[in-house]
Design a protein around this ligand. Structure first.
Ligand SMILES: *[C@@H]1O[C@H](CO)[C@@H](O)[C@H](O)[C@H]1NC(C)=O
Ligand SMILES: *[C@@H]1O[C@H](CO)[C@@H](O)[C@H](O)[C@H]1NC(C)=O
Ligand SMILES: *[C@@H]1O[C@H](CO)[C@@H](O)[C@H](O)[C@H]1NC(C)=O
Ligand SMILES: *[C@@H]1O[C@H](CO)[C@@H](O)[C@H](O)[C@H]1NC(C)=O
Length: 529
């Protein structure tokens, strides 16, 4: 079951500019936040959270001030009356006391009422309300939850590991709250992963801290919900006895337990459609995990000086990862200055990347890939950036010996935490204006522009091959078999979810018809007609 998703141009190079201006004016007034990809945007959120906590403390202090004043008022009023206790008549026979009582009753309580009615901490409430526009949206929260879900699944993180912040062999020194666990458990449930959901929910219950009961009330977190969802998972797993025990364990659910069990039994859960799941195949996940080591090969590193004159002058360290299909890595191809320049000119062009869905025949953002992307060169690009783009095209020619012409373009892709690309082929294998004009994507050149601290490797599923993201490195492979130009399905690959940091790559696809003067092209059997 291979995803029929292939990348396509966002829009044709010319059509792109017309609507660009409109989009840009829209976004400049209220630039969309990229909490997944931009550390700066997440930093803003963290600082806002801190600000809101101080605001909450201020609000509590305002309330406390009022409480203090009220207690002082009560004390001031109670003190003169203390003498009256048990000898009320004697007390009232004192004319001073009678005067005091009447004056006090007439004047003071109405002032107190006025004081009691005065709203407290309105500034703090307004402050919070005004900041609400900066909070992440439902969709952004879903993205974040799915990102951590993907990390958990791909890197096989157990609930107990989460508590220790242990992900794929690295310690992140963090723990996860009851509500976080519940939210993840609900997601696993929604997708029909009842076993994992049950583990996560049971773990969530372990995290309940009696000290925070009143906090849970404020946050509208009901422990009974966790018990009910856990019981429901157990019913889905045909473990009805365990489900009953779970319900009986919560005082508020005891008397409803049989009714709930019947309900769960009779209305079985229908998981969200497979298509909508952030699903990554297990054979892909296995390669992503840090314990996966590429098979030791007889291949060795050498300086490839044969392709072009450039390489005779400046030999690059080349590593052959696979001879069939041909996959090689070149090291230190781009300089720090070149990388910085590429990033500088593309940063303003980045947009949520879309993928082409062969089945739906349309482009849309997709769970199959979560990243920002920009096509290069771009009409809106700072002209000063042209030089570095041309230099990179020339470098690609020098590395591969293939023809890179005026129509060549490439895409910068930036993945944030949890950012990934599901397994796919780079070739289209469809009949489209692009493939008609230029042939299919014969080869792929992928520049890694940064070191990803953890995760984010490129994984070739069939070849059991993992290529970590390392700054300045270039991965080059053929998507077609040499002589016949048969599409090579062994090039199935994807991007492992990023755990820590971001991953920026530059991808360039080389089309077969552009090579017609240097390589004979044969139409072969395994293509779309
Ligand atoms: C520009 O946007 C308008 C309205 O959103 C749309 O009708 C039109 O087709 C777009 N033009 C291009 C070239 O994308
Ligand atoms: C984990 O974080 C806490 C609080 O930030 C710190 O006190 C502690 O030393 C850290 N532990 C490790 C192992 O880094
Ligand atoms: C050098 O690289 C080119 C293109 O990647 C390849 O065709 C050629 O066989 C390589 N030469 C050596 C000596 O490895
Ligand atoms: C290309 O598409 C055709 C027709 O849809 C299909 O039969 C063939 O298997 C595909 N080739 C590859 C390599 O996926």
């Amino acid at each position: 079951m291979l995803p029929l998703l292939i990348l396509l141009f966002l829009t044709s190079a010319t059509g792109q500019s017309q609507n660009q201006t409109r989009t840009e004016t829209e976004t400049s007034s209220n630039p969309p936040k990229e909490f997944m990809i931009s550390m700066a945007d997440r930093m803003e959120l963290l600082l806002l959270d801190r600000e809101l906590i101080s605001n909450l403390v201020q609000y509590a202090e305002k309330l406390q001030e009022k409480v203090d004043v009220l207690q002082r008022c009560a004390k001031a009023m109670r003190t003169p009356l203390q003498a009256s206790k048990g000898r009320e008549e004697e007390y009232l026979s004192n004319p001073l006391h009678s005067f005091q009582l009447i004056r006090h009753m007439h004047e003071d309580w109405s002032h107190l009422e006025k004081f009691m009615r005065q709203p407290v901490g309105q500034d703090q409430i307004s402050f919070l309300k005004n900041k609400a526009t900066k909070f992440p949206s439902v969709e952004e929260t879903e993205d974040a939850t799915e990102a951590i879900y993907r990390i958990i699944l791909t890197y096989n993180v157990q609930p107990a590991d989460l508590d220790q912040g242990l992900i794929d062999g690295m310690h992140y020194n963090s723990s996860i709250s009851v509500k976080d666990c519940f939210s993840l458990g609900s997601l696993f449930f929604q997708w029909g992963e009842y076993g994992k959901a049950a583990e996560m929910l049971a773990y969530s219950l372990d995290q309940v801290n009696p000290e925070y009961y009143s906090v849970y009330d404020v946050l509208e977190f009901e422990s009974s919900e966790v018990f009910m969802l856990l019981a429901r998972c157990l019913v889905e797993m045909d473990m009805e006895e365990d489900a009953r025990t779970t319900l009986m364990a919560h005082p508020a659910l005891v008397e409803h337990s049989e009714r709930l069990l019947t309900l769960y039994r009779n209305t079985r859960h229908v998981p969200v459609s497979w298509e909508l799941m952030p699903f990554l195949p297990e054979e892909f996940n296995q390669i992503c995990r840090s314990w996966h080591q590429n098979k030791p090969s007889r291949l060795h590193c050498r300086y490839n000086t044969t392709t072009t004159p450039f390489l005779r002058l400046a030999p690059l360290r080349m590593e052959e990862l696979s001879l069939d299909p041909y996959i090689v890595v070149y090291h230190n191809v781009l300089s720090d200055a070149e990388i910085a320049e590429v990033e500088r000119v593309t940063e303003p062009l980045l947009k949520r990347s879309v993928v082409f869905d062969g089945k739906e025949n349309k482009m849309s953002t997709s769970k199959k890939r979560t990243a920002l992307g920009a096509w290069l060169p771009d009409d809106n690009m700072d002209v000063s950036g042209r030089a570095v783009i041309q230099r990179i095209f020339r470098r690609i020619h020098e590395l591969t010996g293939l023809i890179i012409n005026d129509r060549q373009d490439m895409q910068l892709i930036k993945y944030g935490y949890g950012g990934h690309y599901d397994i796919h082929f780079d070739y289209f294998n469809t009949s489209s204006p692009i493939t008609k004009a230029r042939g299919d994507r014969m080869a792929t050149v992928l520049f890694y522009l940064n070191d990803v601290k953890h995760g984010g490797s490129t994984a070739f599923t069939d070849l059991q091959l993992k290529v970590p993201s390392e700054r300045g490195k270039v991965l080059f492979w053929y998507n077609m078999r040499g002589e016949t130009h048969d599409l090579d399905s062994r090039t199935l690959h994807g991007a492992c979810p990023v755990i820590d940091g971001t991953k920026t790559i530059l991808s360039c696809w080389i089309h077969e018809l552009d090579q017609m003067f240097i390589q004979p092209t044969y139409r072969s059997g395994n293509r779309h007609s």
